[in-house]
Design a protein around this ligand. Structure first.
Ligand code: PHE
Ligand code: NA
Length: 447
């Protein structure tokens, strides 16, 4: 059976796909609204610390497990720890990826809707009621957002159907660089707006008083996991399509750097504009959408920039959604012996159904708040990002740190018994698990 498993054409293919998975709506849409809700600068520091001392080391751990086992997220644990309960974490991963894609595809649908409205010229002129209100009318309606959500899922399914190599590797090569260039240009423009410095201060000058709030830590941790695509088995599954002679540590550092670059640069695009246009930084998930349209509205040739930007953002979202769909698909292809086609279509449809809830929760079902004040989408996001992903990462760390011997762990990660190897091992074995647990208990009010 193993002989028929797919693999990347090259290490570059893996890098592109993994970066494509990491870079997505999380960097632009989620990063800016979570940073905005959690006070800006101090959150940014916690986020960067989480990426550096938990995220990147665990990313290496996750990819290593997958490459060693050459199987999906459930199968990897089963194969490496036969008859032991570790594989149950794999099911959490499958569940997490379904939940995340359920709302991710709705937001990606919004992005496609924006692309379409710039393409057909509608958004070249300010809608009568203003961009913000037009967006609200759209997201709170029923049919239109569902149409774009469905369309986005069809695209995702189509790419996953065509298999690992052809579908996923290609889109990343063109649109990630485009997105990077556009963001840099946009950052320059945003910084030239009147009032921009207030936004820069919000993002870069920490207001330490927010650190007394335990929810800021869990938000930063959750954002780090979400942004790195860490903890659901995406990176494990992608690692499993990699053969032994590709070296992992450099690749994971590259993914971490790239992902962080995209987050910070989008912060520099969004926050100056948020303050320049008098938008509330804690506006929540709609923040990016109502801010960007104002930026494009003020910018020379802004309408054309809007076309390119939302096209690139939608494609960045596709390369992430494809990785999320790949988790359950890879699992079912092995465990149920379903074909790639059958798995992708059936799971994709299930995700479409989940997304209906997330989408209607913006309007028709907005009174339904499963967790605290959160609507359906925010609740799905909260459970997946702040709970399932860190638990998934915790189990991966414990698996490498405590189930493997040090020698096995270093070997799996292409590290040697050097200072670097030992530091990584100690982080994965002790520091990361302890930090994750402390942040959890803190959030629960136990500590
Ligand atoms: N990392 C992706 C982003 O930033 C989202 C994602 C989360 C993808 C978890 C896969 C797994 O947009
Ligand atoms: Na990301």
């Amino acid at each position: 059976m193993n002989s028929t498993r797919e693999s990347w054409a090259s290490k570059l293919g893996f890098m592109l796909a993994a970066m494509g998975s990491a870079v997505g709506l999380g960097n632009i849409w989620r990063f800016s609204y979570v940073a905005g809700e959690n006070g800006g600068g101090a959150f940014l520091i916690l986020y960067l610390v989480s990426i550096l001392i938990i995220g990147v080391p665990l990313l290496l751990a996750e990819v290593s497990i997958g490459r060693k086992a050459q199987s999906d997220v459930v199968g990897s644990y089963q194969k490496l720890a036969q008859g032991k309960p570790w594989f149950m974490a794999g099911f959490l991963g499958v569940l997490g990826s379904l939940l995340i894609l359920g709302f991710y595809s709705v937001v990606a649908g919004w992005s496609m809707y924006y692309f379409w409205n710039y393409l057909n010229g509608h958004f070249f002129t300010v809608p009568e009621e203003g961009y913000g209100a037009a967006f609200e009318v759209f997201t709170t309606s029923i049919g239109q957002p569902l149409f774009w959500h469905a369309l986005f899922m069809v695209v995702t399914i189509a790419i996953v159907l065509t298999g690992v190599k052809k579908g996923i590797e290609l889109a990343n090569k063109i649109f990630m660089p485009t997105l990077a260039v556009l963001l840099i240009v946009l950052a320059g423009f945003s910084l030239s707006l009147e009032g921009a410095m207030e936004g820069m201060r919000f993002l870069f000058r920490p207001d330490w008083s927010v650190l007394s709030n335990p929810s800021v830590y869990i938000a930063a941790l959750g954002q780090a996991f979400f942004s790195l695509s860490l903890g659901v088995g995406v990176m494990m599954t992608y690692g499993s399509y990699l053969s032994a002679h590709h070296k992992l540590p450099g690749a994971t550092i590259g993914i971490g750097l790239m992902d962080t670059f995209f987050a910070i640069i989008s912060g520099i695009v969004i926050f100056p504009a948020v303050f320049a246009f008098n938008i509330e930084p804690d506006s929540g998930p709609v923040l990016v959408f109502i801010t960007l349209t104002d930026i494009f509205g003020q910018m020379p040739f802004g309408g054309y920039v809007g076309i390119l930007f939302f096209l690139s953002l939608s494609l960045a979202a596709v390369s992430s959604s494809v990785s999320l769909l790949e988790v359950p698909v890879a699992y079912l292809m092995r465990a149920a012996s379903w074909s790639r086609k059958k798995s992708a279509v059936i799971i994709g449809f299930v995700i479409f159904l989940l997304g209906i809830g997330a989408s209607l929760g913006m309007g028709a079902l907005s009174g339904f708040t499963p967790i605290g004040e959160r609507n359906i989408m925010d609740s799905m996001d909260y459970v997946a990002s702040n709970i399932l992903l860190p638990i998934g990462g915790l189990v991966m760390a414990l698996f490498i740190g405590w189930y493997f011997s040090k020698k096995e762990a270093l070997h799996a990660a292409d590290l040697t018994d050097s200072a670097v190897g030992t530091v990584w091992y100690l982080i994965v074995k002790f520091l990361a698990p302890v930090l994750i647990l402390v942040i959890f208990m803190n959030a629960l009010g136990v500590l």
